[in-house]
Ligand binder design. Structure first.
Ligand code: BES
Ligand code: MN
Ligand code: ZN
Length: 512
């Protein structure tokens, strides 16, 4: 990952490959954002005009390169768009605008050794946002690039290495709040990027057992307790949902429990993640065109894993338990069939009408397992339904809950960290569509409102009286389009920052 430093140095004397500055959209054209005063001065105060001549407007996502002025040690100035200039000059720039701009610059500077970021900094919040933007924007996944015979040249052959070092100007290296904001950004983004790696890993390598093994290595470093239930233990425990879904694959399922507890913890949060390492649909097989990206179906579990490790690294005064429901959904002679009835861990029976509605089956067992500890709240994260993508598009996740105030709190936490989210209802009338002739409930209901039907199914497996929210991240978990802002192509690490924020708010006593 990119190494970050805080620097009070002045831009002209900095030895770097580039100086990154901000340009905002003003009423009469682009305006140079605070932080770039030295660069503007060296352009005789005419930088805004120069940028306009080069076609810059200050729009979000825009990037303009220009030669550094005479006397600068760095050869290049990279101007990134910040969007609309804040109405009030003292208001400062929105954290998400800084995060995106820093991400765009970091992405454009891949292959460079060092860049100085001279973006507007008005406090630790801005430092954290710029740090996150750099670390997330510089991400690349090249573990599988370059043949073994050419391993040493892999980077050179297949693309540029990520930006090696970023100095954040305006950051105060001796200021505790600035240092703290940077340390938080590093901890959260290292774990978030690890979640992206897991999502991007091909499913022939990331089996449920391999995923479980990886969590053990990482957890040991950070004082997290890991318990893995393998297929034998799942049979013994009666986890019919996870076993049913995993039964068609040669790679057997797992349920992983990650426990982090600060000695001063007063509240207990449980995170539950859908971890389908590959979703072929099973006997209700997905058609070609719908299965190429289904390695991403473990994004919820990856997010939960990353969030628990980040909470531990940040030493949050809270108890966080992560549950990863890991299985591969494959068709075979031992696969669950449409028409089968599964006896779930909760004791309820489920008629499987469509084996492609598998996420809710593994989550049901994990939600019930999480409920047995009676946590203060449960949040599950899942790439659960195509219907949620139809409703909210590819960048926004849906939030459902059995408690209106909690749903609002989760939605606000998401918006606060820069993750677009939207509240969705759980209409009671949709429950009867899942009535089954033979079992307590079916895993399919009405077609319309499919994302809400899935939420209603999950609600049945949350322990009585426990506050619960469900994040359907089917849209934002995997970016099939080009990179934008600090979001790369492929695995995005969706929901990690929201979960970490929820753990922080709980630790501070501001949630529930
Ligand atoms: N993993 C899919 C949902 C999904 C679709 C995630 C596209 C990401 C991108 C899930 O298991 C699934 O197949 N859901 C079905 C449910 C249906 C059979 C009730 C769906 O949404 O079509
Ligand atoms: Mn499916
Ligand atoms: Zn799935």
């Amino acid at each position: 990952m990119t190494a970050l430093t805080l620097s009070t140095a002045a831009a002209p004397g900095l030895r770097a490959d580039a100086i990154v500055i901000g340009v905002a959209k003003g009423a009469q054209g682009p305006v140079v954002a605070p932080g770039a005063e030295a660069v503007d001065k060296a352009y005789d105060g005419k930088l805004a005009g120069v940028l306009e001549t080069l076609g810059a407007s200050g729009a979000e996502g825009e990037l303009t390169k220009l030669p550094a002025p005479a006397g600068f040690k760095a050869p290049l100035v990279v101007a990134v768009g910040l969007g609309a200039r804040p109405a009030d000059d003292d208001a400062g720039y929105d954290a998400e605008a800084l995060r995106k701009a820093a991400g765009v610059a970091a992405r454009a500077l891949s292959g460079s050794k060092k860049a100085a970021f001279a973006l507007p900094v008005d406090g630790p919040g801005a430092i954290g946002a710029i740090g996150e933007g750099v670390l997330l924007g510089a991400y690349s996944f090249d573990a599988y690039k370059g043949g073994a015979q050419d391993a040493k040249n892999a980077k050179a052959k297949n693309g540029k290495a990520p930006l090696a070092e970023a100095a954040l100007l305006g950051g105060k290296p001796r200021d505790a709040a600035h240092k703290g904001a940077l340390a938080r950004a590093v901890a959260v983004c290292e774990e978030l990027n690890r979640a992206r790696d897991l999502v991007n890993m091909p499913p022939n390598d990331l089996t449920p057992a391999a995923f479980a093994a990886l969590t053990q290595t990482a957890a040991k470093e950070h004082g997290i307790k890991v318990q893995v239930l393998d297929d034998k233990a799942l049979v013994k425990g009666g986890y019919g949902g996870i076993l049913g879904v995993g039964g068609g694959s040669a790679a057997t399922p797992r349920l992983v429990k990650l426990s982090y507890k600060h000695p001063k913890a007063e509240k207990h949060l449980a995170f539950v993640g859908k971890g389908i390492t590959y979703d072929s649909g099973g006997i209700s097989l997905k058609p070609a065109g719908h299965n190429e990206t289904m390695k991403c179906d473990m994004s919820g579990a990856a997010a939960v894993f990353a969030a628990v490790v980040a909470a531990a690294r940040l030493g949050l005064e809270v108890e966080v338990t992560g549950w990863l429901a890991l299985a591969e959904n494959m068709p075979s002679g031992s696969a669950v069939r449409p028409g089968d009835v599964l006896r779930m861990y909760s004791g309820k029976t489920v008629e499987v009408l469509n084996t492609d509605a598998e996420g809710r089956l593994v989550l049901a067992d994990a939600l019930w397992a999480a409920s047995q500890e009676n946590p203060d709240a449960i949040v599950d994260v899942a790439t659960l339904t195509g219907a949620m993508m139809l409703a909210l598009g590819t960048r926004t996740f849906g939030v459902m809950a059995n408690d209106d105030a909690f749903r609002t709190a989760v939605h606000e936490a998401a918006e606060e960290v820069g993750e677009p989210a939207w509240p969705m209802p759980l209409p009671e009338h949709l429950r009867k569509g899942m009535d089954s002739q033979v079992a307590d409930i079916a895993n399919m209901g009405e077609r319309w409102g499919g994302g809400l039907v899935a939420g209603l199914f999950l609600r049945e497996f949350v322990g009585e009286g426990i506050t619960w929210a469900h994040l359907d991240i089917a849209g934002p978990a995997f970016n099939e389009g080009g990179p934008f802002g600090y979001t790369p192509k492929g695995g995005t690490g969706s929901a990690v920052r929201t979960l970490v924020r929820l753990a922080e708010l709980t630790a501070e006593g501001d949630l529930g």
